[in-house]
Design a protein around this ligand. Structure first.
Ligand SMILES: Cc1cc2nc3c(=O)[nH]c(=O)nc-3n(C[C@H](O)[C@H](O)[C@H](O)COP(=O)(O)OP(=O)(O)OC[C@H]3O[C@@H](n4cnc5c(N)ncnc54)[C@H](O)[C@@H]3O)c2cc1C
Length: 369
């Protein structure tokens, strides 16, 4: 990896799911971005979220779940810069990188994702472990696996990822007590059958579940709701939704009330025609914060960045109404709600594995071209 160029015709920030799809599209249709195009990402790999719970359950290796960026960049003539965006001045078309400093761009595509929000008050007495970035979370899990596992391990969140992580960690860290704290009903918004089945599965595996509890403080080793202590913990994994990176809001780009960057239907910033945003970073009506939506953004992003660079027409992204929730259950099986039925078992697990492996095979360059 070389030093950042001073001016770039196209900067791709973050190797999120949408950019992986964009790479594949450009490889397939023979498009090559202009010389001087860069990808900025901390670390050499992109991690696929759908397989992370399986990795932590010991069902996959890290190599199964990560896509090496260097071969993709090399094939597309893109320079890979191991760095992070820490600031953006949209009015001046300049981004600032943590290590390499300022870099100006003609077109910028942001796919840097989100992070789970930490509790409001934290005195540092509980080891706080965000589920993202995945590479760091995985490193922490490896330490735990080597015998430093927390005796009392909390998971903050009540969505699909929290359920999957709880089941995975219960399996791979059998000496740890696993406590799930869901601010609402577990899997709220999903079909009743799925909520019920997931709840029963957690309890059957010995996970301690608390629903409708909002943890806002961590003090003296206690997870607390206001002044009410709820549970003594040694570590708390955050998988409680999506928070924006602070530089989105400080960039001068129009953002929603949560700090995500507003885009129109072409995935272009509503306040700068030089900036595209996809995946969790984007505030787009109809899109949800999930890997599935980011993947769908990728196809439109590939078309529209190419169109901007070559003087073509931009096309609109039409979000799907909903996404299938397929939850891995850490035993080779999975849970799904489909066509009015909640189904579980190894066949569903095989189906999920097939879909996940298909994504990896398609987007990894060593396997397919
Ligand atoms: C445990 C877990 C399991 C999940 N499972 C699923 C699932 O099965 N299906 C699903 O649809 N969703 C799932 N999700 C949600 C999913 O992870 C996110 O919604 C999805 O990753 C968002 O994709 P993205 O493309 O926006 O960004 P990400 O996939 O988060 O990628 C962002 C990329 O940008 C890089 N980056 C971050 N900050 C910077 C920066 N400042 N500068 C440069 N680069 C940066 C990161 O290193 C990363 O490579 C899961 C989440 C978790 C925590």
């Amino acid at each position: 990896m070389k030093d950042a160029p001073i001016n770039s015709p196209l900067v791709l920030a973050g190797a999120g799911h949408a950019h992986l799809v964009l790479f594949r599209r450009w490889l397939d249709d023979g498009f090559r971005p202009p010389a001087g195009t860069v990808l900025i990402n901390p670390g050499p790999d992109a991690w696929y979220s759908g397989m992370m719970p399986g990795l932590l359950a010991g069902r996959y290796t890290a190599a199964d779940c990560a896509i090496a960026l260097a071969p993709l960049c090399q094939a597309l003539g893109i320079e890979l810069i191991d760095d992070s965006v820490v600031a953006l001045n949209a009015a001046g078309n300049v981004i600032t990188l943590a290590k390499a400093g300022a870099l100006s761009y003609q077109t910028l595509s942001i796919n840097t994702g989100s992070r789970p929000p930490p509790p409001v008050l934290n005195d540092g007495s509980i080891d706080l472990v965000p589920a993202k970035p995945f590479a760091e979370f995985f490193q922490r899990w490896q330490l735990w696996q080597r015998g430093e596992a927390p005796a009392r391990l909390g998971i903050l969140g009540g969505g699909a990822a929290a359920v999957e992580l709880a089941l995975a960690l219960r399996k791979s860290l059998p000496a740890s007590d696993v406590h799930v704290f869901s601010g609402r009903a577990l899997l709220e918004g999903h079909a009743c059958g799925l909520m019920h089945r997931a709840r029963n599965l957690l309890l059957a595996r010995g996970v301690k579940l608390r629903e409708d509890v909002y943890i806002d403080q961590l003090r003296q080793g206690q997870a607390m709701n206001g002044e009410r202590p709820l549970q003594q913990l040694d570590a708390l994994i955050l998988v409680n939704g999506a928070a924006a990176q602070s530089w989105y809001q400080d960039s001068g780009l129009m953002c929603d009330q949560s700090g995500f960057i507003r885009v129109d239907d072409t995935l272009r910033s509503t306040s700068s025609s030089d900036v595209f945003v996809a995946g969790d970073s984007a505030a787009h009506a109809g899109s949800q914060k999930s890997g599935v939506y980011s993947v769908r953004h990728g196809a439109v992003l590939a078309r529209n960045i190419k169109a901007k660079l070559t003087g073509g027409e931009l096309t609109a992204y039409r979000p799907q109404k909903s996404a299938l929730a397929l939850l891995s259950t850490a035993d080779g099986g999975a849970l799904v709600h489909y066509a009015g039925f909640t189904l579980s078992g190894r066949l569903i697990g095989k189906w999920k594995n097939h879909l996940d492996q298909g994504f990896m095979k398609k987007h990894r360059l060593t396997d397919a071209r």
